[in-house]
Design a protein around this ligand. Sequence first.
Ligand SMILES: *Cc1c(COP(=O)(O)O)cnc(C)c1O
Length: 360
Amino acid sequence: MAKKHKIKNLRIPGPTKLFPEARELMGQEAFNHRGPRFEELMRDVTKKLKIIFHTKNDILILTASGTGGLEAAIVNTVSPGDKVLAVSIGSFGDRFAQIAKAHGADLTILRYKSGTAADPKEIEKTLKENPNIKTLLITHNETSTGVKNDLETISKIAKKNKILFIVDAVSSLAAMPLPIDKWGIDIAITGSQKGFGIPPGLTMISMSKKAWDKSKKTKSNKFYFDLNIAKSALNNGQTPFTPATHQIDALNKGLDILFREGLDNMIKRHINAHEKIKKEVKEMGLKLLASDTDSSPVVTAIKTDNAGLIIKQMREKGIELAGGYGDLAGKIFRIGHLGYFDMKEIDEVLKELRKITKSL
Ligand SMILES: *Cc1c(COP(=O)(O)O)cnc(C)c1O
């Protein structure tokens, strides 16, 4: 068995460090999900989520991890045989495409090399050449490579082509600018354990009118993830099935704390952490996987032949970093700076990393 180290500084891009209040709320006594307390909680948290999503659209909370939210988006709006464009820049983009494929979509895939962002011009060209494509799937922030897509530009293309625009915002929402209504995003999906500092278990999904209209005509098999059922229940302050009550309570409290910090300050805090890491790792002679323009403000992927060793040695110092997925395994390590963190924790990572790289 691996030697156990006490992790004091969890620097992976999810699950992220919990808000202290969330830790308390997760330990509270059980409560009735059909009683007045839960009803009030659902109304309260839904109102707050609309602020953070910058939307007037409906927001549903499902008990599932982010992938469940991605599947819900697909089964509610994609019928078998529908033409769908999936844009992938890494593992999570691949997963979104796989879900659509599993539900019978007729897929066109634009796959970019890991470490690069999608090319909006190529997306535009693909939509022009394939006018039957009615749905676009894209990842806002590719957590596996530390790359963000230029969603603002892509949103204009989506709008011009009048397609259903579905965004995996699992690791970006609450941490990166993502004005849902302004950018015309029909469905955005996020998860509790990334930008929100809440344990895994919740996925939050916004649905535009266009997405609801489409959902009424979609022929697909679904039950647990039927969003129309979730919406009917929400109208009564309920969920159709037993929800993760404690996570929802913690999310409600966590949103208050985010609002206290201020949405703009929060976004700046993420950018500042990324800028500092970027500058210092370059001074250490390390290279980022992504270019300066594409690199993500919430997770920094660093190229090295010693990824495994660095992760191991950092763990011995109580710092938990993330490795690479798939073809990037052993070739990168990732520093998460997402959700509830402060600069002291980032400074500690950089200090230890400097020592380790010097010794290698
Ligand atoms: C974490 C993540 C997911 C998957 O979420 P799970 O909660 O692990 O199911 C999907 N997309 C992105 C971009 C993510 O970061």
